[in-house]
Design a protein around this ligand. Structure first.
Ligand code: 5AD
Ligand code: SF4
Length: 482
């Protein structure tokens, strides 16, 4: 079924419809409970980005409302859901690898249902492969109809033994107010828009997430207010390209406000102490946004600004719509107006046609921008994207050599940047007990780096002042300052 075949509902109607399906699903889960003699357990596994993490919280919210208990152990579960990513091929391969194991679990637990959703499922070739090679999968759906999860689950129980697949090509629906089970009590992502219109030539996202659709500012603020009332202190505004927020609203629509205005409004929500955002595109990072960040201390001192390449010709062929100099000028402007902001980035090595000299340009930008951290990726050919058919794919050994050269500079620059925090007192949102030493707590600074310091569990979810005593590149040690 496609949206065209589907009678369009306004948000409120569709929400009511889905809530009725959650009720119906509760009935199926209750029958399952009787058969098992205990509560059924669901394991939701997320691959990929913050958008997927947020989607998983929505999917888990529906499962828990319907009566499932959450488990982290796939071998213990009666329902395993993989929320997949397809931005690079290794994510796809990991899913196939893990599916092989699930076949065994299905043999030992005949009640086990396996559900797949997310970006990979928007690719026809992936769905076909799963249908032929992993025929035990019970339900497949994509990114556009996740709000129909309860309905799809009911159909799965009703058609037991007949695997269901429902992948839409597009949707213009944004369905609000369905249950959510947050992973963290004190912080949350909030979607502000879905999809991407940029069509960078290496990227699969516009094909699997569709065109840009913004949520109304009212709905976003209402969600933030509810989160704050529930104890959330930190919000991350999520979108594939947050600077395009509201571009899809018509002129004259009162909802049409800039991203800068929106983030400013979100910081005014009572109880919200810190607001982050992910991800802006360098081509439309506005002066207005820089000024709003400068004047608003609740906005985190961190900007993730994906460079992808430092070479102007490669950037042109990536369809990034900025040059090496544009990027350097932007970083300069940010560093001048926001001296306390950490800048991190994403870089792709091995884009078709990339030479050693092109990578020298990228290294030059890394040095001049003095990134606080950078995520470096080896180019992965994604079927259906324009770059996949570019002729001059780069040999693996050349990519590896360039990648290692770049990584060395990234690490040196990041280390150098981190040294400036030594001795500073920073606001830290305490996240959890340290993984390796339970006398320490781990928290996140405004610039997004982790800091470990002596303290008790009672601090979790609180904002505390920590003096930085040791710098270790990507993390710090410190002590409570008051
Ligand atoms: N190959 C490698 N990296 C990619 N990214 C997106 N598409 C690809 C690809 N085909 C990287 C970009 C993006 C990050 C989320 O993933 O750097 O910013
Ligand atoms: Fe992909 Fe480019 Fe859109 Fe980012 S801006 S999601 S890299 S197409």
């Amino acid at each position: 079924m496609n949206p065209g075949d589907y009678q369009s509902h306004n948000d409120g109607e569709e929400t009511r419809r889905q809530l009725a399906y959650i009720d119906r699903l509760t009935g199926y889960v209750s029958t399952l409970r009787d058969e098992l003699g205990r509560n059924p357990r669901a394991c939701v596994v997320t691959f990929g980005c913050q958008m997927n993490a947020r989607d998983s919280e929505k999917l888990l919210g529906i499962l828990i409302t319907a009566g499932y208990d959450e488990t982290d152990e796939e071998s213990d579960a009666d329902l395993i859901l993989y929320n997949t990513c397809s931005v690079r091929d290794n994510a796809n391969q990991r899913v196939y690898g893990r599916l092989g194991v699930l076949k065994g679990y299905k043999k030992s637990n005949p009640h086990l249902k396996v559900v797949l959703c997310g970006c990979m499922m928007q690719e026809e070739a992936c769905v076909n492969k799963i249908r032929t090679s992993y025929s035990f999968v019970d339900l497949i759906f994509g990114t556009h109809n996740i709000f129909k999860f309860a309905e799809l689950m009911c159909e799965m129980f009703e058609n037991s033994g007949h695997p269901g697949t429902q992948v839409w090509n597009e949707t213009d629906q944004i369905v609000e107010e369905l249950p959510v089970r947050r992973k963290y009590s004190y912080k949350s992502g909030v979607n502000i828009m879905f999809g991407c219109n940029n069509f960078c030539t290496y990227c699969i996202v516009p094909y699997v997430r569709g065109r840009e659709r913004s949520r109304s500012p009212k709905d976003i603020i209402r969600e933030c207010e509810k989160l704050a009332a529930d104890g959330v202190k930190e919000i991350m505004l999520l979108g594939q390209n947050v600077n395009s927020y509201g571009n899809d609203f018509e002129e004259g629509n009162p909802d049409k406000i800039s991203f800068a205005k929106l983030i400013d409004e979100v910081t005014k929500v009572e109880g919200i102490e810190r607001v982050r955002f992910m991800t802006p595109h360098p081509k439309d990072f506005s002066d207005e946004l820089i000024d709003v960040i400068a004047n608003n201390k609740k906005i985190a001192r961190h900007i993730h600004l994906p460079l992808q390449s430092g070479n102007t010709e490669i950037l042109r062929r990536m369809n990034r719509k900025y040059t090496k100099d544009d990027f350097l000028n932007l970083v300069n402007k940010i560093r001048t107006k926001l001296p306390d902001v950490a800048i991190t980035t994403d870089i792709i090595v091995g884009f078709p046609g990339e030479t050693k000299e092109d990578v020298d340009d990228t290294i030059d930008v890394v040095r001049k921008s003095a990134f606080d951290n950078a995520f470096t990726f080896i180019y992965s050919k994604r079927t259906g994207t324009p770059a996949a058919s570019f002729e001059d794919q780069v040999p693996e050994d050349v990519v590896k050599e360039n990648f290692d050269r770049l990584l060395k500079v990234v690490q040196d620059t990041a280390k150098e940047q981190s040294l400036k925090y030594k001795g500073q007192v920073q606001e830290v949102l305490v996240e959890n007990v340290n993984d390796h030493d339970d006398s320490l707590m781990t928290g996140r600074m405004s610039n997004n780096t982790l800091v470990h310091f002596p303290g008790g569990e009672d601090l979790i979810g609180k904002m505390v002042k920590v003096k930085i005593t040791e710098c270790h590149g990507f993390y710090f040690f410190g002590e409570i300052a008051e």
